[in-house]
Structures are given as structure tokens and as C-alpha cells.
Design a protein around this ligand. Structure first.
Ligand code: SF4
Length: 352
């Protein structure tokens, strides 16, 4: 049996929570701040490395805690340099994380849930179903424990799961990433992508400063409902009303993700409807090539249709880009993440 299973992780606790934890052991508050410093600024893997804590304090912590920094159990590298990592998050629960190097930039795409409840028909994670929530520590570990950890410039919450369906943990991870006592990252380097859970959109906008990306995929509600069941619970129109009335300022960005299916959402009529829907909103549309998933008869669009669709939107003044497809050969591209096939393998022991 894993002898660390009764111990709780320190990674994912805010500085205030670590101060509380220290106090709970009868230790001074500054010990909690020291632990935050070692975890988030020094990025140590073990409690033993927290050398300005006394030996007695380190022993006490080791009795009850692990850092929660966990090495990936597998990694695949794409021809284009994209890497896909597999992390264990508990017994028979696995997530995938993708790193995408691009010249000076290196983006990490993190998962926020094991699987997903939302059932979007074009998505492998949706087909996997929902197996559980990630903790803030499990989200942060994906940023700390890849080979590219020291050169990450951007973080996108676009991996497995719907971030706003696990919003408390997502917000805690963002607090730790952006706090001066944490990773001290600019929130402008972080983007959270959602299918538009309206109350979550409101909370995310209010409680942090990160960029927002909304998965739209078609401007026509009846068609969107067939692709994304969430439309019947939280219509896109509601989230759009929220963002229309939100002052994003000059720095904070709102973008819309749009997977393009041939003949289904890339016609001139769809372009016109999209232009109407987003008229007057300072935003960007990211067009995404569809990568076919098993048992889903959705047609990918061809390059010419994609370019024509982009040009029509751009000619009318809507900032529109075609996202480069990365990591397709290792199933790391948008919509292809799934850990179904991994279930049944034994997770590794966590490092301390
Ligand atoms: S697209 Fe996002 S929200 Fe929809 S099923 Fe996939 S992971 Fe879940």
C-alpha cells in the first residue's frame, strides 16, 4: 500500500492556508509563509529541502504531509515539439497535460478535471465521461512537473474538463499563480476557456484578471444545442450578455473558440450570423481545425473553406485567426485528450 496516502499535499494551499496550517501545529505564522516561499518560488520537490525550517518542523510536516509535486508517468513527443504528459491524480485516475513550445514562448495546456460531464459531441474528453475533480495542487503540479516547467510563459486552462465546473479549485490555482508570494505571474499570461456556464463566467470575471475564452462553435442556438448540450441549460446568449456588459479594459482579452466543421458551421450564412452575434464586441475569434474523434460522424472542413470563412469574418472587421494545429500525431490537439485507455494501470507513488 502507498504509505503516503494518509498524508495531505501542501501544493495548492494559499499562503493564508499555509499560515493556518502552521498555526494548527502551534508553529509561528512565518513558518507558513516560508513553506509558501519554498513551494512556489523555490519550487522544491521535498519538505527536506525547506532548509530554513528547523529539522523538528520539517519532521513534523513530513509526518503529516507530502509536497504533492508528482512526476509524470509518461510523456509523448510530437514531430512538431509538442509534448503530452500523463499524470496520475489518484487511484486509477489520470489526466493529460500538453506543452507547446513556439520560439520564445512555451504554453502549457492544463486539465482541470478527470474527464468531463459536459458531453460535447466533438470531444474525446466528453466521450470519456466524468471521473472527478482536480485539486488546485493537481492543477499546479501540471505546471511544475513537466520538462518545460522552467520556461513556461503562458498557461491555458484548455485541457481535460470544464474549468468553470471546478471553479473553486481553478480560482485557488490562479490565485497561487498570480500572487506575489506565489508564482508571481501576470494574469495576462493565463487564459481560462469555458463552454459558457454563465454564473461561473460572472464569478471568474469578478474574482480574477485572467483572459477569458468562450467555446462558441456556431452562432445558431439550435445547432449549438446539438453539438453542446450546455446550450439548453446556459444559453450562449446569457454569457454574451455578461461579457457585453463587462468592462474588459485594454489589457484583458475575450476570445471565442470556433471548431470548424465542413458545411455545418462554415457557410456564408454562419459567417453572417457570427458577425451579427459578436457585432460591437471587442474580441477575437480563433478558428480551430476539427480532428475527427472515433464514432463521431462530424466532417472536418478543408483548408480552402477554412481560409474563406476566416477571410469573410476578417473582411467585415472581426479579428479572426486560424489556430495552428499542434501535436496531432500524439493526439494532443484540441478535443483529443482522453485517459480512458489508461484506466487499470497502477498510479506511481507520489514524491515527497
Ligand atoms: S469540449 Fe470541454 S466542456 Fe466540452 S466535453 Fe470536451 S472538455 Fe468537456
Amino acid at each position: 500500500m502507498n504509505n503516503t496516502t494518509h498524508k495531505t499535499a501542501l501544493l495548492g494551499l494559499t499562503q493564508d492556508a499555509l499560515v493556518e496550517l502552521a498555526r494548527g501545529y502551534g508553529l509561528p505564522a512565518f513558518n507558513g509563509k516560508q513553506i509558501a516561499h519554498w513551494l512556489y518560488q523555490q519550487r522544491v520537490n521535498s519538505i527536506g529541502e525547506m532548509t530554513n525550517l528547523s529539522k523538528k518542523v520539517r519532521q513534523l510536516l513530513e509526518e503529516h504531509h507530502i509536497t504533492g509535486v508528482t512526476a509524470p508517468m509518461d510523456m509523448q513527443k510530437s514531430r512538431d515539439g509538442t509534448r503530452k504528459y500523463l499524470f496520475a491524480t489518484g487511484h486509477e485516475r489520470y489526466i493529460e497535460t500538453v506543452t507547446i513550445p513556439d520560439r520564445e514562448r512555451c504554453t502549457v495546456c492544463v486539465s482541470s478535471q478527470v474527464g468531463c460531464k459536459m458531453g460535447c459531441v466533438f470531444c474525446m474528453t466528453g466521450k470519456q465521461g466524468f471521473q472527478g475533480q482536480l485539486t488546485a495542487g493537481e492543477i499546479l503540479n501540471q505546471i511544475l512537473s513537466t520538462a518545460e516547467a522552467d520556461r513556461i510563459t503562458n498557461i491555458v486552462y484548455m485541457g481535460m474538463g470544464e474549468p468553470l465546473d471546478n471553479l473553486d479549485e481553478v480560482l485557488t490555482s490562479i490565485e497561487i499563480l498570480t500572487a506575489p508570494w506565489g508564482f508571481a505571474m501576470s494574469p495576462r499570461r493565463i487564459t481560462v476557456s469555458t463552454i459558457g456556464i454563465t454564473p461561473g463566467v460572472v464569478r471568474l470575471l469578478n474574482e480574477c484578471e485572467v483572459h477569458l475564452a468562450i467555446s462558441l462553435h456556431t452562432p445558431i442556438p439550435s445547432e449549438r444545442q446539438k453539438l453542446m448540450p450546455i446550450e439548453s441549460v446556459y444559453p450562449m446568449a446569457d454569457s454574451l450578455e455578461v461579457v457585453r456588459n463587462w468592462n474588459f479594459g485594454l489589457q484583458r482579452r475575450i476570445s471565442f473558440e470556433y471548431i470548424v466543421f465542413s458545411g455545418m458551421n462554415d457557410t456564408p450564412a454562419h459567417a453572417d450570423a457570427l458577425l451579427d452575434l459578436l457585432a460591437g464586441l471587442r474580441c477575437r475569434v480563433n478558428l480551430i481545425r476539427f480532428h475527427p474523434v472515433p464514432d463521431t460522424p462530424l466532417p472536418a472542413t478543408d483548408e480552402q473553406r477554412l481560409v474563406d470563412f476566416r477571410d469573410k469574418l476578417a473582411d467585415e472587421g472581426l479579428t479572426t485567426t486560424i489556430r495552428a494545429s499542434r501535436g496531432q500525431d500524439i493526439l494532443a490537439a484540441c478535443g483529443l485528450l482522453s485517459t480512458n485507455t489508461r484506466c487499470g494501470e497502477n498510479p506511481p507513488e507520489q514524491t515527497q
